[in-house]
Design a protein around this ligand. Structure first.
Ligand code: DNO
Length: 368
């Protein structure tokens, strides 16, 4: 595995490449052209400039998160082939610049959903949280105002004000798209881009739905072992792969995370490793909050998750995922929710500690 860190680009991120380079063991960044819109073709010049900036700071680009897929492709609109063509050109440009991993998602309308962006812990740190009652109170025709109430001036990816302005139109667009149709549109998209991925050796890594169930009546399909395996079988090319995000698959406690990693052997191209703490597991009253990375702060056994990645020979980029806001970082303007510097840096060193211990104890056993 390679330890990496998500970075949104110097125009948008409060974390600098210089800081990332100083995190022990981190050699690459997972980045994006954050000011492009889904459906737009990425130019070679823009990709090259990004790459140059990263390399000038002693790091390299380990993958893209995300090249977003536009709604026309997701609902299978008549103009989808034109947008797929743009996506293919973007992949060609990335491939020509030596970038071989692309994370994307196929969630309708919203990317990840939380109801609180700064829930306070007893130790003064803050975390992102999800509460089912709060979701049930949101009026889907008034997302803008609901978001403002929740956000404290911060914005979640997928919930940008420009997008909220078009929200009714977006809901309208998805009204005939049920789970099966969404799945078939995803397969259509993947089949169309696979020849390019084969040519440039680009690993596509679909991010799971977060949370792992439908929100606001919009269908969601990448949320369980059965569904992700169905997608792997529908497009068996190994370039059709997975972002294994423990925090997203883990929202559904029926998902056995280490087991899922084992059955997805060879198809996991990217890993997001983080922990969650459930305060209420009853579906109607569900409440979870994000934890720091260590096992004892949340519900997941992080040792078993890292061990499953190690045992299946995972050799792609791995990154710590959302962190708490600690050491007064929460008041810093512009910090991306969940993506401050400090707690994620602690997460990166913790995951590497687990990895090193597993690797060394395995090697010792083999040599006995
Ligand atoms: C949240 C992220 C997601 C992810 C996209 C991938 O923190 O993991 O926003 O980047 O779903 O397209």
């Amino acid at each position: 595995m390679e330890m990496t860190f998500r970075w949104y680009g110097s125009k948008f991120d409060t974390v600098t490449l210089k800081q990332i380079r100083q995190i022990p063991g981190v050699t690459g960044v997972i980045t994006t052209l954050y000011d492009t819109t889904p459906g737009e073709m990425w130019t070679k010049d823009a990709i090259r400039a990004l790459k140059q900036e990263v390399e000038d700071n002693g790091l390299h680009i380990s993958g893209i998160e995300s090249v977003n897929v536009c709604d026309s492709i997701k609902v299978g609109d008549k103009d989808r082939d034109m947008y797929i063509e743009n996506y293919i050109k973007t992949l060609e440009h990335l491939g020509e610049e030596g970038i071989h991993m692309v994370c994307y998602n196929f969630m309708p309308v919203f990317d990840w959903t939380r109801t609180e962006l700064a829930r306070r812990n007893p130790d003064g740190s803050t975390v992102l949280a999800y509460n089912q009652h709060a979701i049930d109170q949101i009026d889907p025709s008034d997302f803008g105002a609901s978001m403002e109430r929740m956000a404290n001036g911060q914005t979640l990816a997928g919930w940008e004000p420009e997008r909220m302005a078009k929200i009714k139109e977006l809901f309208e667009m998805y009204k005939d798209t049920d789970g099966e149709k969404l799945f078939q549109n995803l397969v259509y998209f993947l089949k169309a881009i696979m020849p390019t991925c084969d040519k440039y050796d680009i690993n596509m890594a679909i991010h799971p739905d977060d949370p792992a169930w439908s929100v606001f009546g919009l269908t969601r399909i990448i949320n369980s072992e059965k569904n992700i395996l169905r997608l792997m079988d529908a497009v068996p090319d190994t370039h059709n792969g997975v972002t294994f995000c423990s925090g997203s698959y883990g929202t559904n406690l029926e998902n056995d995370l280490p087991h899922m990693i084992r059955v997805l052997k060879g198809r996991i191209h990217f890993a997001h490793v983080r922990n969650l703490r459930f305060n209420n597991t009853n579906k109607a009253d569900l409440d979870f909050q994000e934890a720091c990375h260590i096992s004892k702060d949340g519900n997941f056994d992080m040792y078993e998750i890292v061990r499953a990645l190690y045992e299946t020979g995972f050799d792609g980029p791995i990154r710590p995922d959302h962190g708490r806001m600690i050491w007064d970082e929460v008041d810093k303007p512009g910090v991306m929710p969940g993506y401050g510097l400090y707690d994620r840096a602690l997460g990166a060193t913790y995951i590497q500690g687990l990895w090193e211990a597993i690797e060394k104890s395995e090697t010792r056993l083999l040599n006995k």
